[in-house]
Design a protein around this ligand. Structure first.
Ligand code: PLP
Length: 393
């Protein structure tokens, strides 16, 4: 049976692939340390679980409006107001089946065949695939490691063509953990306004920042930028709710309406009880998130210090999210490998540590390590990588 052309070039997510390989080895009885995870290892806070249970008992188990229950939209609007000083009407918000599906739906309603979306590299693995699935062309704009992997206004300007429809900004970033400051966002915003380019601002890691840097949404900078921006966010990372699948998009009413129409024919609605759980998450204070953040910060400091002591590995210290994205090119060469993918495979096979090669993120010299696991395992993983690198010098 022949498949549709649109899925013929679709590649499986590299992060999920390494997680699967690590799981396979684990099932064979090996002591594998997986640093591939893209999710908090904490359980969802119990008050959120209680709210979902209550919703089930109360019979709130039916279809909901496609764009989400009004109370949750209101809570999301409240979150935007409190955290980002942004005002959105209910018609400017859609609740989706995770932020991933918000992005997927957005590209579906935004792109015509051949439309270009600028994707700064390193990028989250799903952006280019989702753009292609919508008939668009991802235009990868490589950022410089010595500019903290951040897209400059000049780089953006030179990537723009008559077909450019949108640009993605992901701050804090997966995989680099870097963040844009206000001046950098203002410079990028100016270019977008000049060329009438839609800004897709993925802010899913907003709540996981370990420095004094303040999260700034580009939509905050002016009314014109707000009108030009679709903000993407969700509860997966902020409330350890990856499996519940609740995300959202906010912005231009016409776009949100089209997304809601599309959702009405695809998902119908995000899971009803998960919406009530997300509502509880946003009604409570930030204690659970802050507790998780403290743990992540300790792990980041521990793993970062161990990692940069390994010969041939350099790393810019991330400010947010829960990943380290070191450049391992020197170590790879020193160890006699021709590329990072082979080096990562050898580390998994010999030392049973699962890293994600940077190639899937558009950065062939780097690897991604997630620190969403215990300090004990992170320390052991670093010890094993260190042993591997030194033994092959
Ligand atoms: N955006 C980025 C940058 C991510 O890393 C992820 C998850 O890994 C998502 C969006 C999607 O999150 P979810 O669909 O779980 O809300």
């Amino acid at each position: 049976m022949d498949l549709a052309n649109r899925v013929k070039t679709l590649t499986p997510s590299s992060t999920l692939a390494i997680t699967a390989k690590a799981k396979e080895l684990k099932e064979q009885g090996y002591d594998v340390i997986g640093l591939g995870a893209g999710e908090p290892d904490f359980n969802t806070p119990s008050y959120i679980i209680d709210a979902a249970e209550k919703a089930m008992r109360d019979g709130l188990t039916k279809y909901t409006p496609s764009g989400g229950i009004p109370a949750l939209k209101e809570a999301i609007a409240g979150k935007f107001k409190n955290d980002n000083q942004l005002s959105y009407k209910s018609e400017e918000i859609i609740v989706t089946t995770g932020a991933k599906h918000a992005l997927y739906t957005l590209f579906q309603v935004l792109l015509n065949p051949g439309d270009e979306v600028i994707v700064p590299a390193p990028y989250w693995v799903s952006y280019p695939e989702q753009i292609k699935l919508a008939g668009g062309n991802p235009v990868v704009a490589k950022t410089m490691e010595d500019n903290q992997f951040k897209l400059t206004a000049e780089q953006l300007e030179s990537a723009i063509t008559v077909k450019t429809k949108a640009v993605i900004i992901n701050s804090p970033s997966n995989p680099t953990g870097m963040m844009y400051n206000e001046a950098e966002l203002a410079a990028l915003g100016e270019v977008c306004l000049k060329h009438n380019i839609t800004i897709v601002s993925d802010e899913i890691y907003e709540k996981l920042i370990y420095t004094n840097d303040e999260h700034i949404s580009i939509a905050q900078l002016s009314d014109t930028l707000k009108a030009q921006t679709i903000v993407i966010n969700g509860v997966s990372k902020s409330h350890a709710m990856t499996g519940w699948r609740i995300g959202y998009a906010a912005g231009n009413e016409k776009i949100i309406k089209a997304m809601t129409n599309l959702a009405s024919h695809s998902t119908s609605n995000p899971t009803s009880i998960a919406q009530f759980a997300a509502l509880a998450a946003y009604k409570a204070n930030n204690d659970a998130t802050n507790e998780m953040k403290q743990a992540f910060k300790k792990r980041l400091d521990t793993l970062y210090n161990l990692l940069i002591a390994i010969p041939g590995i350099t790393c810019i210290k991330p400010k947010g999210a829960f990943y380290l994205f070191p450049n391992v090119q020197q170590a790879v060469k020193m160890n006699g490998f021709t590329n990072v993918d082979e080096w990562v495979t050898a580390i998994l096979e010999e030392e049973k540590v699962a890293l994600v090669p940077g190639s899937g993120f558009g950065a062939a010299e780097n690897v991604r390590l997630s620190y969403a696991t215990s300090i004990g395992l992170l320390t052991e993983a670093a010890k094993r990588i260190d042993r591997f690198v030194r033994s092959r010098k």
